[in-house]
Design a protein around this ligand. Structure first.
Ligand code: ADE
Length: 249
């Protein structure tokens, strides 16, 4: 998979050199390029923003540096893929986007080329989004209902969530099966040694060696936890995926 990130703070993205994503890059499973938007400015001050038409607080990102930067990212993808079979996806992090979920991560993990455009200030001139639709599948994406200072932190989260689903990035793919949101539920609580810690025992069933009982206990905890913390997820569960014992929880 190829990932391009465009930002006026490329150093923000240096965390993507670390841990599993850094290793995947070193192994060639992910080709990740971060570029500085200011490289695509033509004036002495390397200006990327200007005042908003219609008035109002803050500044808006100018369209031309973005068009040049996105063209460059697209060209890199074409060069890498030869005749690209899929259009690249342009992810624009924004509190005004659709909410990024595990389902989105799964969907984007199947794509060949993702480009992330990190806006700052009050956002990017809307015409960039319209123009980009000629060459990209454009996805304005929000991490959730709160406001960050820019897209960089959102991109760190999205690239990590997507990148770990790319085959080979996580050593043991079984760990993807039982985690939160894999089956629409939150994950069950986990414990490790010692069996008794500060007067608190590990739940007895986990020491029983009885796989059926352990699986049932874990499933029950998932259902209880999801009902308590995220009733919105329970409402979205597919009834066909629930068994008789699930309904009793
Ligand atoms: N940029 C600013 N706030 C954001 C959010 N909540 N999600 C994604 N990008 C953002």
């Amino acid at each position: 998979m190829r990932i391009d990130v465009v930002s006026i703070f490329p150093e923000y993205l240096s965390a993507l050199d670390l841990s599993l994503i850094g290793k995947a890059r070193a192994q060639g499973l992910l080709q990740l390029t971060v570029t500085d938007l200011r490289e695509f400015t033509a004036d002495r001050h390397r200006t990327v923003d200007d005042t908003p038409y219609g008035g109002g607080a803050g500044m808006v990102m100018k369209p031309e540096p973005w068009a040049l930067a996105l063209d460059a990212a697209r060209t890199r993808g074409l060069a890498a893929a030869g005749a690209a079979e899929q259009r690249p996806v342009l992810v624009v992090p924004s509190p005004a986007g659709e909410v990024f979920t595990q389902a989105t991560a799964r969907e984007l993990a199947l794509r060949e080329h993702l480009v992330f455009a990190c806006g700052r200030y009050e956002g990017i001139d809307e015409r960039v989004v319209e123009w980009s639709r000629e060459h990209f599948e454009v996805r304005p994406m929000s991490l959730g209902d709160y406001v960050l200072n820019g897209g960089e932190v959102a991109v760190l989260a999205m690239v990590e969530a997507i990148g770990r689903l790319v085959p080979g990035v996580i050593g043991n793919p079984d760990s993807l099966v039982e985690e939160s949101h894999a089956d629409g539920l939150l994950e069950y609580p986990v414990y490790t040694k010692p069996a008794l810690w500060r007067d608190r025992p590990v739940p007895e069933v986990l020491l029983s060696g009885h796989h059926g009982r352990i699986a049932r206990w874990r499933r029950d905890r998932q259902l209880q936890r999801t009902a308590a913390r995220r009733p919105d997820l329970v409402a979205g569960l597919d009834p066909a995926g629930l068994d008789r014992a699930d309904r009793d929880v």
